[in-house]
Design a protein around this ligand. Structure first.
Ligand code: PLP
Length: 686
């Protein structure tokens, strides 16, 4: 179980700026407040040995500061002899420090209810290894950084650089403490006072309020026990207000309570009522595969924010693309104008999409891309002079979005047809494809599909389906032969084939587009979600030349010759620029390797669920893992359990599923799968 640690990460603008003195004095100040506290030095270099025991210099100083106090604990985790950077010291010892592992160790060292002061080594970017720095450890712990700055010449630039760097992470700043690290020189007094005033103002701006300023204290190392103790007592007294502020900030209700409360009063959430309001958690940031909550917790994201953040959060490449485009042109109407981001992206999509598409129609969401696809198909048939072909054929178990047209082609039983019956067009439904992905095709079911389609072809304008993997309608993976047969039949029966790849597109099933599994090219394809790497909303409907030309040059005289759609934010330049970067970034990444690695991890990780009571089926395809239960699950209790485990999942109906970002590591996939297995084992779904 991932523990939530309350505390702060004491870091500095450099080495020798007073981090250890601050940590030790805070430890003592916490004791004065009666707060159970542990000071942890995760990596200590420059250690000596006393027999089998390591003597860690910073930890010794903690001991000096608190004397023999039972309520203060302090320890060093990784001790090395050379007095050098952690990565070097570790490599001398034949070790490699991994931030995640170290964070877990720290979590294990902290007792329930303890406030934890973690003191970093060196500065923020001091290397832990060739690839990770102290900042990675901060992120892995999710603790707010407390920045220690030595008030001396040159400190402003260092402090500002650090605050800027930290402000760009999802970590909320704990504050800043200034230290005087050398004996005062009267000539410098005014200059240092000005430093302090300046940094207090800047700290406020960057979320690092100046919590205290510690004077130079010569007796901290004195051999005279009384003088030494009173020196530490003096510093601790100065830090009591800071300690109070840190403890208060660590209280969950102080972290994000207000926003969640206001949310309850004025926001309407997806698939939710307002009374009682659903359980809502405030998010303050997201990075990589983690979502950071206002209460200080960090959740491993098993949902890719509803299938879209395929390569993780906080990507600098996408931020840069957005910023660069925002400086040039953030938006302009698309009626009568064009711009490079739209055209370049369109060409890229036409290049990679599965088929010989010729036209791209940009919209803002997956549902609208489906609406546009349906309109294209209907207008195409009318323009062809086939006015009887007005119905859409969809698959049971399908999900295509929540707008009215899209809703009409969702599964007629588990979709929203019942409620909106009077409003929705009546469509024609084929059975859910019986043949499972990865097994032999079921000839009977294929024959029935062919029969049903032929019987109704006269009135059918288009077939719409999610190729290979049905998503929110049932999380079902079916055989590629189904696609191949359907493609042949649609061509023969003058039916437009629409592939809704809003969820499956951009690698999710292990192929760039799921149509590739069946070796087919649809007539129209809908793209969305992963199109912008989940950064911003954008979707697109791509059509073959024949569809576009027929709609534009109708044979039937009463047809308008134009596509009847024109959203205000069509082809928004910001979204197009980000999408171009996201698509290029995906293609340049080892996404295939990653998706098959995640697939293997999910197969292994979810395998134990197969034999658990209440489990009906377990299936995995690409970066999609599904545990289907016999009955509908208790979503609230499952979600509370998952959040307690530090993972984010959103089960629905009888399905517990995960669609993790492709960049999730093996250990993280294992953690996600373990959480699902454990929930099933404990029967939390009831
Ligand atoms: N089509 C499919 C296959 C989907 O999975 C979804 C959303 O989950 C949509 C369409 C609708 O997309 P959006 O939520 O962007 O409107």
């Amino acid at each position: 179980m991932e523990k939530t640690i309350a505390g702060c990460f004491i870091t500095g603008t450099d080495t020798d700026v007073g981090k250890t003195v601050v940590t030790a004095s805070l430890l003592r100040a916490m004791r004065q407040l009666g707060a159970d506290t542990v000071a942890v030095k995760p990596v200590q270099t420059g250690c000596t040995r006393d027999g089998a025991q390591w003597l860690a210099p910073d930890v010794e100083l903690y001991g000096r500061a608190v004397g023999a106090s039972p309520s203060s604990r302090y320890l060093a985790l990784r001790c090395y002899a050379p007095a050098c950077s952690p990565h070097l010291a570790a490599s001398h010892a034949g070790e490699n420090i991994v931030a995640q592992d170290l964070a877990l160790e720290i979590g294990q060292a902290v007792k329930a209810g303890e406030f934890c002061l973690v003191e970093g080594a060196g500065g923020i970017l001091s290397p832990l290894s060739e690839t990770e720095t102290m900042l990675d450890l901060m992120r892995a712990l999710g603790l707010p950084p407390l920045l220690v700055v030595a008030n001396r010449l040159g400190c402003i630039s260092h402090a500002l650089a650090c605050m800027k760097l930290l402000a760009a992470t999802p970590l909320a700043g704990a504050g800043m403490i200034l230290c005087h690290v050398s004996p005062p020189k009267p000539a410098e007094a005014e200059l240092l006072a000005e430093n302090s005033r300046f940094l207090a103002r800047q700290g406020k701006k960057y979320g690092f309020p100046l919590l205290a300023e510690l004077p130079y204290t010569a007796d901290l190392h004195s051999d005279d026990a009384t003088r030494c103790d009173s020196a530490w007592a003096g510093l601790a007294a100065k830090l009591v207000p800071a300690a109070k502020a840190l403890v208060a900030k660590a209280q969950p209700e102080a972290r994000g309570g207000e926003v969640a409360e206001l949310d309850r009063r004025c926001i309407w959430h997806p698939y939710a009522g307002t009374v009682p309001s659903p359980v809502i958690r405030e998010v303050v940031g997201a990075e990589g595969v983690y979502i950071y909550l206002a209460d200080g917790r960090r959740l491993l994201d098993g949902m890719s924010s509803w299938w879209c953040v395929n390569l993780g959060y906080g990507r600098a490449d996408l931020q840069n693309a957005l910023n660069a485009q925002a400086r040039r042109l953030s938006h302009v109407m698309f009626g009568g104008f064009t711009h490079a981001p739209a055209v370049t992206l369109a060409r890229k999509l036409l290049d990679i999409a599965p088929g010989d598409f010729e036209r791209v129609f940009f919209v803002d969401s997956g549902s609208v891309s489906v609406e546009v696809a349906l309109k294209m198909a209907i207008q195409y048939q009318l323009a062809k002079g086939r006015p009887h072909k007005t119905r859409i054929c969809a698959l049971r178990g399908a999900y295509h979005g929540d707008t009215l047209g899209a809703m009409s082609v969702c599964d007629p039983v588990n979709g929203m047809h019942g409620i909106f019956r009077s409003f929705l067009p009546r469509q024609f439904f084929l059975d859910r494809p019986e043949s499972r992905f990865g097994e032999l095709p079921n000839a009977e079911s294929l024959a029935k599909m062919e029969h049903d389609l032929r019987e109704n072809a006269e009135n059918i304008a288009a077939v719409i389906l999610e190729p290979i993997a049905q998503g929110a309608g049932g999380m079902w993976f079916y055989h590629p032969d189904y696609l191949a047969l359907l493609r042949r039949l649609c061509t023969e029966l003058d039916i437009v084939l629409i592939a809704d790849e809003v969820a499956t597109g951009f690698g999710r099933t292990g192929r760039l587009f799921a149509c590739e599994w069946g070796g087919i090219s649809p007539d129209i394809i809908c793209l969305g979600k992963g199109l912008t790497g989940g950064f911003i909303s954008l979707a697109a409907t791509l059509a073959r030349a024949e569809i576009a030309e027929t709609v534009s040059r109708p044979k039937a005289p009463d047809q308008p010759g134009i596509l009847l759609q024109g959203p205000t934010f069509m082809a928004n330049p910001l979204a197009c620029a980000v999408a171009l970067e996201a698509v290029t970034g995906l293609l340049d990444s080892p996404w295939e390797e990653n998706v098959s690695r995640v697939e293997r991890g999910l197969r292994d990780g979810l395998a134990p669920c197969h034999h658990l009571p209440g489990v009906k089926d377990v299936r995995v395809l690409g970066a999609i893992g599904v545990v289907e239960m016999e009955k509908n699950v208790n979503v609230a209790s499952l979600q509370a359990f998952f959040v307690g485990q530090g993972v984010w999942l959103r089960p629905f109906r009888n399905l517990i599923y995960t669609v993790p970002p492709f960049i999730m590591t093996d250990a993280e996939v294992e953690k996600m799968s373990n959480a699902i297995c454990e929930a099933c084992r404990r029967e939390l779904f009831l």
